[in-house]
Write a protein that binds this ligand. Structure first.
Ligand code: HEC
Length: 145
């Protein structure tokens, strides 16, 4: 069961990263891709990725991000892909992540913003280590070096 879970996770990741190469198989890959319906959670995750990429750029440009994107709260309710369910670990990671993400926008915090941002990205990664390891290398690119 666990193995099945991980292989489906890996498969979904492959399908979701749109790396369709020019190869004889390209046509069939394209068909498979078209059939893949991202879950509400997958859409939210992609949105969180894009949003945090913007926040990272703002931080690098010396701008202070002030508005926590309320959409992120959907992490508690968004529908997951069929084969996944919310367990305790998932719930506690969701909470930790949201608290940490909110800290990025706390203009009164004494912790340097780069550190708050990286802490949050590391929580994305921690949850993914328990849930879906596929996107981890992509998420690591968000870290501010
Ligand atoms: C509480 C656990 C958890 C946290 C925190 C979390 N993720 Fe995810 N992530 C998941 C799960 C579960 C999926 C698979 C969703 C599905 O297929 O329904 C996923 C999927 C993804 C995907 C693939 C989406 C797709 O198109 O299939 C990306 C990219 C992603 N997450 C990025 C992030 C980023 C960036 C963050 C932090 C800003 C983050 N995740 C935080 C659990 C988490």
């Amino acid at each position: 069961m666990r193995l099945l879970f991980f292989s489906m996770c890996a498969l979904l990741f492959v399908l979701s990263c749109k790396q369709i190469e020019e190869s004889p198989e390209a046509a069939t890959e394209l068909m498979v891709y078209d059939m893949y319906q991202p879950s509400e959670m997958a859409n939210l995750m992609n949105e969180m990725f894009a949003q945090n990429l913007k926040v990272k750029q703002d931080i690098l440009d010396g701008k202070v991000p002030t508005e926590f994107p309320l959409d992120f709260l959907k992490i508690h309710t968004a529908e997951l892909s069929d084969f996944k369910s919310r367990n305790e670990t998932f719930r506690s990671f969701s909470k930790l992540f949201i608290e940490s993400e909110k800290e990025i926008f706390n203009t009164e915090s004494l912790i340097p913003i780069e550190e708050r941002f990286n802490n949050t990205v590391n929580l994305c990664i921690s949850c993914h280590q328990t849930e879906c390891t596929g996107p981890i290398s992509r998420i690591q690119k968000l870290l501010i070096k």
